[in-house]
Design a protein around this ligand. Sequence first.
Ligand SMILES: Nc1nc2c(ncn2[C@@H]2O[C@H](COP(=O)(O)OP(=O)(O)OP(=O)(O)O)[C@@H](O)[C@H]2O)c(=O)[nH]1
Ligand SMILES: [Mg+2]
Ligand SMILES: [Zn+2]
Length: 367
Amino acid sequence: MTLEDLGWNKFFAGEFASYDGQGLVAGRLIRETKINFSALLEGDEEIDCVLGGKVWHEAETDADLPAVGDWVALDRGAEGDEAIIRGRLPRSSRFSRKVPGKSAQEQVIAANVDIVVVVTDPGPDHSPRRIERYLMLIERCGAKPVVLLNKADLFAEEHCAAAARELRELSEMAEIHVTSALESQGLEVLRGYLRPGVTITLVGSSGVGKSTLVNQLLGGEWQETSEVNEVTGRGRHTTSHRELIVLPEGGLLIDNPGVREIQMWTDEETLRESFADVEALTARCRFSDCKHQQDAGCAIEAAVEEGRLDPERYESYLQLEEEIEELNRRRRKRRMATERWAKRNSRVKARNLADRIELEKEERGET
Ligand SMILES: Nc1nc2c(ncn2[C@@H]2O[C@H](COP(=O)(O)OP(=O)(O)OP(=O)(O)O)[C@@H](O)[C@H]2O)c(=O)[nH]1
Ligand SMILES: [Mg+2]
Ligand SMILES: [Zn+2]
């Protein structure tokens, strides 16, 4: 396997040049646990590595720290030692979300991704509102958005088609497909995207079939995802950590633990872009400070009444603005707090680490 098969290109080669002459090697992070990372190197070699002090100290926020999918400069050290991450190369893209809970921190879900695949189903997980948020996040990160309505085998064809139609109305950019991972239906769509060096990350709620999809694409030889583990008798296998998998025919897949809440990690600009049509209507409201909630002469409400604007889209628009406001408020608060903490640098870092551990626990459903 060459570095190119792992997604290396001219951009990363150019960035890596600043490490020339330091005896470092390039690797791509494929796994991240509480204390260390695993990286893949040229020629299929997988090694364990730890964060170097300089990278740790220079990270201003958690989002600056290496994440799965990142390219890093590694110091291999002596035989048998863990390699040390001496630098993280700039990212060509990053897919992030807001850290769950009250903090306004950004969490990088996957770095250097070309395509983000949101997996959902046409039944209990179906929620255009949530998919709309995902699509905004993907748009912002610059990756290609794809949505899979999985588990099609459990639902009537007409039901799946209706759910797909509903999602297609959300975005012109996103591709929406109906699949059944269990019956290997519609997977040629994903196979079509998977070319050597192309990185795809799978996101979505727990239990929608992300790992099953990865497993099918790998030919059924990867993680166990069965309903009940015959040995322990316990429930289904739920993914506990992010992992980047290299497919034998080329292409890279990042499997993620299911996210319980996908919160906005975006800004006002993205909001306005995604709701350009609704925003255009606001210009025609009678009052410039119209709240679009039973205000006299509201053009948005008129559009809903006349059937020109989907009422749910209108609701999302109202709600999203509130969330952006909340996000900005938390950010301001956090910035103030960070300035105060700056003097106690080491304690801030310790706190960030504690947050990270909490976050991982939450992802594993331990809290
Ligand atoms: N009927 C049906 N079941 C499916 C399909 N895809 C996955 N499943 C089942 O759904 C359950 C959950 O699948 P997983 O692949 O573990 O789901 P996941 O999205 O990886 O879940 P987390 O790792 O918890 O985020 C398993 O029992 C799968 O067998 C499908 O297309 N049809
Ligand atoms: Mg999984
Ligand atoms: Zn209005």
